[in-house]
Design a protein around this ligand. Structure first.
Ligand code: GLN
Length: 385
């Protein structure tokens, strides 16, 4: 008798494989230079690996406390206070997570009940909407308009209803490479003032900000901090995206609710990496110099791109550069990204997957977290199209 199979209707019927996985796979198939998925092609300083190894060999290989190793939470608290003037209690207000995406997912799980609405800004990082939908919520979309990708606060205000439970914000912004200003954070604070709307602030590129700008963290604004889950990631800061470790800052009541779910979703994050990061974090220059490190790469990439018919848009943060291909072709972005990978050997990310209804703008995203030589070789190839 053939085995019968249960009929399981998908909770995400419209979702395929993420564009980052698709483009990285295509890049590998065609031996292309991979400027698609965001990850560095260089290593962290050996000291960081030595520290992990030291803690593993010293026997720190069993479960860490559920909320994270105390030394790491204390180091995070000290950093956040020094940078943003906000005092988070490591015991009750900081939780170490298995990366930024998990922190965002768990925060959404805590907030969203079936029928609740969550405002996201499009183009939106690809995990936000599915995470809301998996929790029974409804995604409400605000627009960051090409080519400046500035929020239109009057338009956002019109999206608020009595069902609005949360707003997800992301600065520095992936994929646009833009950053929000003090005025934006003030407008956000006014939007949520006097409501039950929580904020999920995806700030995983917090240390990658250029041109003398400062990162406008929700943690800086007490009226926002009081209702925010502020999410960050060590992967971006220390060139170890594959370690999948980050953290979330939130006031005590929100953290209590977060940990209720967190303990049953991941329980706890691997111990030796946490201990290593706790030590590594003590030297502030390691994250304070990251902006200058990536600004130089941004400038090198933009200058080299000028030999091509791609035109870089403004980029004030993250390690992503958007480029307009309006002067090149009227192909859809996904088709062009695929063709450039196959024919030229340079992989990028089309921006349309960051929208529910893509506006059809002629832009591709390039990751410049790569060795200079990789960037220059990619631009040489791009100049041929
Ligand atoms: N954050 C990475 C990017 O934007 C992708 C991570 C992933 O592949 N999910 O490229």
């Amino acid at each position: 008798m053939p085995a019968s199979r249960p009929a399981i209707p998908s909770r995400l019927p419209d979702v395929g494989t993420t564009i980052f996985t698709v483009m990285s796979r295509l890049a590998a198939e065609h031996d292309a230079i991979n400027l698609s998925q965001g990850f560095p092609d260089y290593s962290a300083p050996p000291l960081l690996y030595d520290l992990v190894s030291k803690h593993m060999r010293a026997g720190s290989n069993q479960y860490a406390p559920m909320a994270g190793v105390p030394a790491l939470r204390e180091a995070i608290a000290a950093k956040v206070e020094a940078l943003y003037g906000a005092r988070y209690d490591p015991e009750h207000e900081i939780t170490v997570t298995a990366g930024g995406t998990q922190a965002i997912y768990t925060a959404i799980t805590c907030l969203v009940r079936p029928g609740d609405e969550v405002i996201v800004f499009e183009p939106a990082y690809d995990s936000y909407a599915p995470s809301v939908v998996l929790n029974g919520g409804k995604v409400v979309r605000a627009r960051l308009a090409y080519p400046d990708y500035r929020p239109d606060w009057a338009a956002v205000r019109r999206l608020v209803t009595p069902r609005t439970r949360a707003v997800i914000v992301n600065t520095p912004h992936n994929p646009s490479g833009t950053t929000w200003t003090q005025a934006d954070l003030r407008a956000l604070a006014r939007l949520v003032d006097g409501t039950d709307i929580a904020v999920i602030a995806d700030e995983v590129y917090e240390h990658i900000v250029f041109d003398g700008l400062r990162h406008e963290s929700c943690a800086r604004y007490p009226e926002l901090a009081a209702r925010s889950f502020v999410v960050s990631s060590f992967g971006k800061t220390y060139h170890v995206t594959g370690w999948k470790i980050g953290y979330v800052l939130a006031p005590r009541e929100l953290t209590t609710e977060f940990r209720r779910a967190h303990q049953f979703v991941v329980f706890t994050v691997n111990t030796p990496v946490q201990l290593a990061l706790a030590e590594y974090l003590r030297d502030a220059s390691r994250y304070l110099e990251l902006g200058a490190f990536y600004q130089r790469k941004r400038d090198l990439f933009r200058a080299a791109l000028s030999a091509s018919r791609l035109r870089p848009l403004s980029c004030t943060g993250t390690y992503f550069q958007l480029a307009s291909y309006a002067g090149l072709t009227d192909e859809p972005d996904a088709a062009l990204a695929e063709r450039l990978t196959r024919e030229l050997g340079v992989a990028s990310i089309p921006v349309s997957p960051f929208y529910e209804e893509p506006p059809g703008e002629p832009v591709l995203r390039f990751c410049f977290a790569k060795n200079d030589d990789t960037l220059l070789r990619a631009c040489e190839r791009l100049a041929r199209v």
